[in-house]
Design a protein around this ligand. Structure first.
Ligand SMILES: Nc1ncnc2c1ncn2[C@@H]1O[C@H](COP(=O)(O)OP(=O)(O)OP(=O)(O)O)[C@@H](O)[C@H]1O
Length: 638
């Protein structure tokens, strides 16, 4: 015998864990094993069709690409057989013994033990081949790689309990045959009708023919009563036509959803989709889906993303990133182009002008699809926002050309409702703008609560002006790319001198100027005291209830961004904020009258420190703050 005789091997630990979890959490959805196996078989045929473009000898022995499903009721087995690319011995060990996906260990850690939640997560992860073990007590895989000799076949066997064996096999035909030895209690699946209906349900959209044996009867001859049974023949069960080549009106929603599941490996539904045929300068068909649920690894930068590419109906490759920008990485789908050559490679895709043109059209398509969803089904749009809003917020920085369109899709929490839910569109905000208001005001903080209670909002509340409350990590960065929307500029209410424009009366403006004059002694004393800490001290009209607040310079980094950068270990340039005082506040008035230097220092420091706390910053010396506060409290009590 050759060196490669039978070998026993262990599954990778993650596979063992996954198998265990899957069997326990997917039992209510057992039939999906058929979808997974047919899907794999179809992928294998697609891969071979693609590789044979470069090397037509691969298909020489048999040019037929198809999937056959058969049942042996007595033996309680099902066989799924394809004439696809097949696997070598090494590939079998790699593909059916390990999980190569990055982040697997993290994923497994995320599982909660709650079967309903876990089954959803497992669905997103994609159980693929291993789902066989939901219904099978043992699985045999016979596979021979296209282009290899019959003696180079491989036989894999496992009972799904931590181990598998692998052996040489002589296989007259290329491709893969999977035999499931059903558990006794799953014998209902060893039934032609049942399997046929599963293929119809899950795999009708697959472009490779899926065949099953059909019994035929000859018409009874004269004098005979009963029809004579004939040899059964292989008949196509699915329609075997690429779904996207059909006209939209001919495709049922359920069929779109099944194709979505096939290409996304998601067990859930898509939220919406857009199917378009483009003819003219460019000639392609696209079918783009927005998932309902975010994948567990949406934030993993190395995660594969992108669309499936076909050229003239021939599958070319998965995960083509070039079709969509990063901020639309959640979109799944396919592009079938008639302009690209069949031998297109990833390198060519990177600098291809056709791809660039398709990309800008696809981006518009996705944004239009979202606009339509927001307009027609606001509740579903809200669901989308919940899942992917944070990703869409990367848009304005990444895609200057579509900045305004993306901005229109953003949703915010605002002071209008005070709720943390992000559900206000900029057009709603503009509709509610006060007379004389020509700016969109916002505040950024680490949490919704801090944003909502920020002293910077006081004057806005008093005047009934709505302010966007931003508290996602990405928000300050987002706003640095959004200068205006619908001709109205964005203004950070915690930054620079506050110009309320026409919202403020002439008298109010003059009172503000006068206040700085009237309190110049106090301002001067404070500037000397805090020469190291602040760039300026001034009286303000933005406060109503609070005595003081911190304001950052127009061009300086905001507090939220500063904290994020510092936490990431980045060097952040030293900048000093401005301290603003509320001349109407009794504490400020008390400070102005304080003749005792020590007490003046204590009170002034407390005002500065509490302003820092209110914006969500931590104090450099919180112990001193506490002792100052206690000193004052004790004085008050005595
Ligand atoms: N019928 C087949 N023919 C050839 N290769 C196959 C076949 N079935 C599975 N494979 C190989 O085994 C790998 C693992 O399959 P599996 O179904 O577990 O995961 P997947 O298809 O990559 O992704 P998913 O888990 O999302 O379905 C596949 O990527 C493929 O390379």
């Amino acid at each position: 015998m050759s060196e490669n005789t039978q070998q026993s091997m262990s599954f990778q630990t993650e596979v063992k864990q996954l198998l265990h979890l899957m069997i326990h959490s997917l039992y209510s959805n057992k039939e999906i094993f058929m979808r997974e196996l047919v899907s794999n078989a179809s992928d294998a045929c697609d891969k071979l069709r693609f590789q044979s473009l470069k090397d037509d000898s691969l298909m020489a022995e048999n040019s037929d690409l198809r999937i056959r499903i058969s049942v042996d009721k007595e033996a309680n087995t099902i066989a799924i057989e394809d004439t696809g690319i097949g696997m070598t011995r090494d590939e079998v060990v790699q593909n059916l013994g390990t999980i190569a996906r990055s982040g697997t260990a993290d994923f497994l850690k995320n599982l909660t033990g709650d079967e309903r939640k876990d089954s959803q997560l497992i669905g997103q992860f994609g159980v693929g081949f291993y789902s066989s073990f939901i219904v099978a007590k043992a699985v045999d895989v016979y596979t021979r790689k296209a282009g290899h000799a019959a003696e180079e076949g491989v036989h894999w066997h496992s009972e799904g309990e931590g181990e598998f064996t692998i052996d040489d096999a002589i296989l007259p035909q290329r491709g893969t045959k999977i035999v499931l030895h059903l558990k006794a209690e799953e014998s209902e699946f060893a039934d032609d009708w049942r399997l046929k209906s599963l293929v119809k349900k899950y795999s009708d959209h697959i472009s490779v023919p899926v065949q099953m044996l059909e019994e035929k009867f000859a018409a009874p001859e004269e004098g005979e009563e009963e029809a004579k049974p004939q040899e059964p023949t292989w008949e196509n069960v699915n329609s075997a036509k690429a779904l996207w080549t059909r006209s939209r009106s001919d495709v049922k929603d359920e069929e779109y959803q099944e194709l979505y599941r096939h290409i996304s490996h998601d067990y859930g539904d898509a939220l919406t989709w857009s199917h378009n045929k483009v003819e003219g300068k460019l000639d392609y068909t696209s079918l783009l889906y927005i998932p309902k649920k975010a994948p567990y690894d949406l934030w993993n930068r190395e995660r594969v993303r992108g669309l499936k590419l076909y050229v003239n109906r021939v599958f070319i490759m998965d995960d083509v990133e070039q079709f969509l920008p990063m901020y639309l990485r959640f979109v799944k789908g396919i592009v079938d182009s008639n302009d690209l050559p069949l031998n297109v490679s990833r390198e060519i895709l990177q600098n291809d002008s056709t791809i660039e043109s398709i990309k800008s059209a696809l981006v518009k398509r996705v944004l239009d699809m979202l606009e339509k969803l927001a307009k027609k089904k606001p509740e579903e749009y809200q669901e989308f926002w919940q899942e992917f809003g944070q990703v869409l917020k990367e848009g304005p920085a990444e895609d200057m050309a579509n900045k305004e369109k993306v901005a229109g899709l953003l949703r915010f929490a605002t002071s209008h409702s005070g709720e943390a839910k992000q559900d206000v569109a900029l057009v709603d905000y503009i509709e509610r703008m006060k007379e004389g208001q020509d700016k969109i005001y916002y505040v950024c903080a680490d949490s919704h609560q801090t944003a909502k209670n920020s002293p910077h909002l006081e004057v806005f509340r008093k005047k009934g002006i709505e302010v966007l409350l931003l508290s996602d990590r990405i928000d300050e960065w987002l706003m640095s790319y959004l200068q205006e929307f619908d001709g109205k500029s964005f203004v950070d209410v915690a930054r620079g001198g506050l110009d309320l424009g026409d919202i403020e009366s002439e008298e109010e403006k003059q009172a503000q100027e006068k206040a700085n004059d009237e309190h110049k002694d106090l301002i001067g004393k404070m500037k000397t005291l805090f020469a190291e800490e602040v760039a300026d001290v001034r009286m303000t009209h933005r406060l109503v209830e609070s005595p003081a607040c911190i304001v950052v310079g127009d061009d300086d980094m905001g507090a939220q961004m500063r904290r994020i950068m510092e936490a990431a270990g980045q060097q952040v340039p030293e900048t000093k904020p401005t301290l603003e005082l509320n001349p109407e506040h009794p504490l400020v008035q008390r400070l102005e009258q304080e003749s005792n230097d020590d007490r003046f220092n204590d009170l002034a420091n407390i005002l500065l420190e509490q302003s820092r706390l209110a914006e969500g910053s931590s104090l450099k010396d919180s112990a001193s703050f506490v002792s100052r506060l206690n000193k004052l409290l004790l004085e008050m009590m005595s």
